[in-house]
Design a protein around this ligand. Sequence first.
Ligand SMILES: Cc1ncc(COP(=O)(O)O)c(C=O)c1O
Length: 495
Amino acid sequence: MFPLKNNIVLDRQANRNLYLQLSDQIIGFIKSGKLSPSAKLPGSRRLSEDLNIHRKTVVAAYNELIVQGWIETLPSKGTFVSNSLPIINPSSFSNTDSLNKLKLKSNFLFISRPNLFCGSSRTPKNTEQLIKVNDGSPDHRLAPIQEIARTYRNITKKRYSQNLLSYGSTYGNEDLRNALATYLNQTRGLHLDIDNILITRGSQMGIYLASQLLFTKKTRVITGVTNYLTADNTFEDANAVIENVPVDANGIDTNAIEVICKIKNVTAVYVTSHHHHPTTVTLSAKRRMHLLQLAQQYKFAIIEDDYDYDFHYSNAPILPLASNDYNGNVIYIGGFTKIIAPAVRVGYMVGPKDFIDEAAKLRRIIDRQGDTLLEQTLASMITAGDIQRHCNKVLKIYRSRRNLFCSLLKERLSDYFDFEIPDGGMAVWVKLNKKYHWDNVVNEAYNHNLELNPEWQRYDPNNLGHNGIRMGFASLDEEEIHEVIDRIQKVFKNL
Ligand SMILES: Cc1ncc(COP(=O)(O)O)c(C=O)c1O
């Protein structure tokens, strides 16, 4: 018989009860085939003496195993591993090599997508001294988490909240859709009602749903070069052919788009009109009107990804293309991830009703509905003016961070970097002097406890060699900005 006595290890300091530690380990031995079906287990008295634990602990562990169906007790015969468990061949689990292989390799076919990128599956331990310069995320330390928690708590206390816990509309929480209709009409000059809104989990879900509905094999999407890589990935995954046009100081080149439209069918144009990703430039008024006119004439969709609308520093935000769309060409995408924090996975897609209805059907088979309680919370906060207040507050903070970051970049690092002060957004598009290579800069930066946007290659998938990356300033406070600039200076001294 497999000797439990020598193989069970119990930790009296652990958080888990001893009887559960014991039952867990016996389950492990059964699963690995070390204890085979019908194997007799020692009596509770003997096992308690062998393991130097109370007999009641063994009895509790055995009871747990009986309830779960792993073992059974036969009157006046003893306790046995259940006979009805599938027979496991112990040899296949006998060494750690085969166990490790099992964790890594599936025994079935599936479709892999080598062109998609998903980042690391584990969060690296955040050492206290390491400062990360991201590619333009909000400062989650400023998120109005207390207000969110208070509103959430108030909602869950009310009797009607019970309804919010059951299945709801695939289109998203109705109060949020109503609140958003009013909010977007007031703040962005849109003219929509609730039927034009689908709540999503962040902007990315909107880009995905739109792509799945718009593209089939050989359909064409026009994007700027360079572009937001995740959007490109999403279009490729929907089998679209990506056609690139240049981006200059006035945004995406609409004349180049017109040239393509004259000779090829175009299904959609993707734009980050307010602050182009990655270069941060704003699409000029003239090009906006041109693009809308082309969309009407050639009947293509404009996917307007307005991911960071609220953060424009130089003048009032420029109204989205969607505000001038009188022909049903624009699919407008936005969300709360940049306003509040990336973890608040609530966004929206706005478009003509027939399109939104199809998107809702598709959404239903991916994710039945959103997080209704959180959506209700955001609805209340929009209606109470809390979201707008928060935007106004962080806008001021981010503006002064942009000013500080850019002035220090200019003053202390202009030998290495070339950049324009962005009118909005959360990042500066920084071009590294071509004497240097980002690989070397990023690697040396780690020696100074600085992480400089390590995925820099994704800004140049076409290998144009522009040497540009985005450096996010919004998530760094004043002290951190000074520290980052100091450390970058040291990096270049060592190169
Ligand atoms: C241009 C652009 N679009 C969409 C997204 C995705 O945003 P969300 O987190 O709301 O899905 C991002 C995220 O950084 C972005 O930069």
